[in-house]
Every structure is written in C-alpha cells, then in structure tokens.
Design a protein around this ligand. Structure first.
Ligand SMILES: Cc1ncc(COP(=O)(O)O)c(C=O)c1O
Length: 414
C-alpha cells in the first residue's frame, strides 16, 4: 500500500503543525503555569449558565468548569469528552473500535468533503464519483481538480462492475489512478439507493486491488425507513483504506454543524493540521451540547429517539411512493429508498427536467431539483430529485399530482 505521505497533494505536503496549537495538550498538565496560549480570560466570558431542554423530556445544564470549557478555545481534533463519546458511539453503532487519534470532529460532514480533496487532489488527479452524485461533494472536489471518473448508480448503488472495468482499463493504459473513490453507501443523495452487501465487498476488493482510498460519506446511515439491518460500513470492512464521514445533521440538528471524520491515524492527523490553519476547531459549545445529550440519553436512548423521528420520514416516503404510482406516467422509473430523504425519478430519455421546471413550475406550484445538478458532465437531464422530508403526506400527494401534470406536458413537448 502506497504511504499516505506519497498520496498527498502538493499543497498538503510538509505542512508543519501550529506551534501554539501543539502546546494545548501540555497546558492541561497538573500544576502547569501557562504563559503560552493567547486565550481570553474566562472571567470575561458572558455565559453564566446554559440550560437546554429537549423535546423528549430531558434537560442539560452547562455551568462552572464545563461551561468555561464550552466557551473557551479547544483542541483542533475536538473536545476530549465528545471524542470519547464518539469513539463509544462508533463502536456500538458499527462495531469499529478506533483510537482517539483516528477521529476528528468537523463542522458537519461537509467540512470533510472539502478537506479530503484539499489533502489529496492535485489539478491533474482524478476522483471516482457516481452519476448522479451529491452536488455538495462534486462542488468541493471541483475546487481542487476537474477530472472525475463517473460511474453509474443503479438500484444496488455504485455499479462496481463498471468501476472494476474503468480502473483496469486505466491501469492497463498506464494512466494516473484515482486518488479516492467517493461513496454515499446509504440513502444516496440524490439517488435514493443503498449499496448492497455484495457491492460493498466488491468495492473494497477493487480498492485493494488498485490501491485506492475510499471516502465513505454516510449521513443517512441511521435515517432508516424500514426495519431491515444496515449493512456493515465500508470502514468496518477495510479500516486502513477508508476515511469515513459521520454527521449529526440528520439525526440531531443540522444548525449545530457537528460531524466527524474517522480513519487511519496518519490521514486524520492531516485533517487536524488542516483545521489548525482553517477554523482552529469546531464550536466547543456545539460539541458540549451534543456530548451532554449523548451522555444523558445513552446509546439506546439516542437510537430510540432517531427511530421515532424516522417514523415520520417512513410515512412521508410511503406517501410519495403511493402518489408517484397514482399520478406519474407509467414510463417514469424510480426506486423505493430504504434510508434517507430522497426519491430519484427517471423520466423517459426524451424529457428534459430543467426545461419542464422552467416551463411549468410557476404555474403548477411544485418544485423538484432537475437531475443535471447532480452530474459532473451535464448528464441526468431526464431525471429529478424529490425530497419527502419537509412536507406533510397531504402536501406530498398534492405535489405529486401537480408533478404528474408537469411530466405529462413535458412528455407531450418531447
Ligand atoms: C450525501 C451528503 N453528504 C454530506 C452532507 C453534508 O451534511 P452536513 O450537514 O453533515 O455537513 C449532505 C447534506 O445534505 C449530504 O446529503
């Protein structure tokens, strides 16, 4: 396996740690008199007490030393208490035991989608994405390199046979191999599909064969719409090759902006160096609130809360599926998602979703996202992403009825 150092992009090579940030752990040693950090004096902090009550009945209070820690600058890899909670969370959730130096708290998983290409992609590099794929990831990768190897997505997730073919061909031709393979394994945004167990195994095998890293972006893992089990994470199958992004946006609250990256210690160290020179660390207050909630609710309590919220999404998903069957022309194809918030509709090839939206959305008063927003090469023009997370079952039914009329008009036009 090629070393991490040799894989790094030019911009990330030889990056030295911040001399001040590296002193932070030493400042905590008992008896230490620190004349080091340029921290503001806690006496000047404005919070006296922070109390948050949760809808499920529990309440947390931050005061005294805990509140000072939540108000002060903190370590770049995350608040130590939250890091411990997340290590336990990962073990219980995925059966993966990580060390503290294998995890870094981020400003949402989106920050990881920026750091990964920052670390690994030079302009002449390539990265594997799917068609369609999450526009936020495509945008972040595109900031560093324009070359994508685009692999189709079907009902089983990323088409691993196509991936194997493309990588073997590239290698045979002596072309540069991709730096990493980007995968959203559950409740794909926008594809609404999950990567099957067989494909997961195959993906790991292919990555091993060609010595390519995997970026596993999994914000919908626990947004489960059925009682079925989540297949094992890619990280659990190949811990040395996978950088995994977890997010609390869909299962706790997105405005707090807390997610985390985990993976090989050497890569996580690079993430931490990035944070040292970008935003120092994720909000200590946000981390403290999440940590307190996790400790108060306990693992089972938190999972139960998530399951309860997923019930709402399940009802909405069922409403959208039923309305799609009732109101959309038969030629429109879609998959019933088992996780996440999206259904991906494929209209006949002659249709153009953007043209349809431009022509009729103001009149019909229903909106969905045209598929080309999720393609790196102007593809998916006949596709649409519809989200069922923010609307009621009644609105979904009415919305799909209107969408059905729009599709009929587009079919007539095309
Ligand atoms: C696939 C995927 N990855 C990452 C994100 C970003 O999530 P976060 O709020 O954790 O930054 C999203 C948000 O919608 C997403 O759909």
């Amino acid at each position: 396996m090629q070393s991490i150092q040799d894989r790094l992009a030019q911009r990330a090579r030889g990056k030295a740690p911040s001399p001040i940030r590296e002193l932070v752990p030493l400042m905590k040693l008992p008896g230490m008199i620190s004349l080091g950090g340029g921290y503001p004096n806690p006496e000047t902090f404005v919070f006296g007490r922070v109390e948050v009550s949760f809808k499920q009945g529990s309440k947390i209070v931050l005061e005294g030393a805990e509140l000072v820690a939540a108000s002060q600058y903190g370590p770049s890899d995350g608040q130590p208490k939250l890091v411990q909670s997340l290590l336990d969370w990962q073990q219980k959730k995925d059966g993966v035991r990580l060390e503290a130096n294998q995890l870094v708290v981020l400003n949402g998983s989106q920050e990881g989608l920026f750091i990964m290409p920052y670390l690994f992609l030079d302009p002449e590099d390539t990265v594997v994405v799917s068609e369609p794929d999450y526009s936020g990831a495509l945008g972040a990768f595109g900031s560093f390199c324009k070359n994508t190897l685009t692999i189709p997505l079907d009902a089983q997730g990323l088409d691993t046979a196509a991936l194997a073919g493309v990588l073997s061909q590239r290698r045979g031709a002596g072309e540069r191999m991709p730096k990493f393979i980007y995968v959203v394994p559950n409740g794909h945004n926008p594809g609404g599909v999950a990567l099957s167990l067989e494909r997961r195994k195959e993906l790991v095998r292919i990555a091993e064969e060609h010595d390519v890293l995997i970026l596993e972006d999994d914000p919908y893992q626990l947004v489960r719409l059925d009682a079925s089990q989540t297949p094992p994470t890619l990280q659990s199958m190949a811990p040395q090759r996978v950088v995994r992004l977890d997010s609390f946006s869909k299962i706790f609250t997105p405005g707090l902006r807390v997610g985390y990256a985990s993976g090989p210690a050497e890569i996580i160290r690079q993430f931490v160096l990035f944070k040292q020179s970008s935003n120092l660390h994720t909000s200590a207050l946000a981390q403290a609130l999440l940590d307190k909630f996790m400790r108060t609710a306990g693992y089972e309590g938190f999972r139960a809360e998530i399951r309860k919220n997923c019930e709402r999404y399940r009802v909405n998903r069922d409403a959208m599926v039923a309305a799609a069957r009732e109101f959309l022309p038969e030629e429109v194809r879609f998959n019933v998602p088992t996780e996440g918030m999206f259904i991906w509709f494929e209209l006949p090839k002659s249709c153009n979703a953007k043209r349809m939206i431009d022509a009729d959305t103001r009149q019909e008063l229903v909106i969905a996202v045209p598929g080309e927003a999720f393609s790196t090469r102007g593809g998916c023009q006949n596709c649409l992403r519809a989200s069922f997370s923010m609307v009621s079952p009644e609105q979904i039914r009415e919305g799909m009825k209107r969408l059905g009329r729009m599709v009929e008009k587009e079919l007539a036009r095309s």
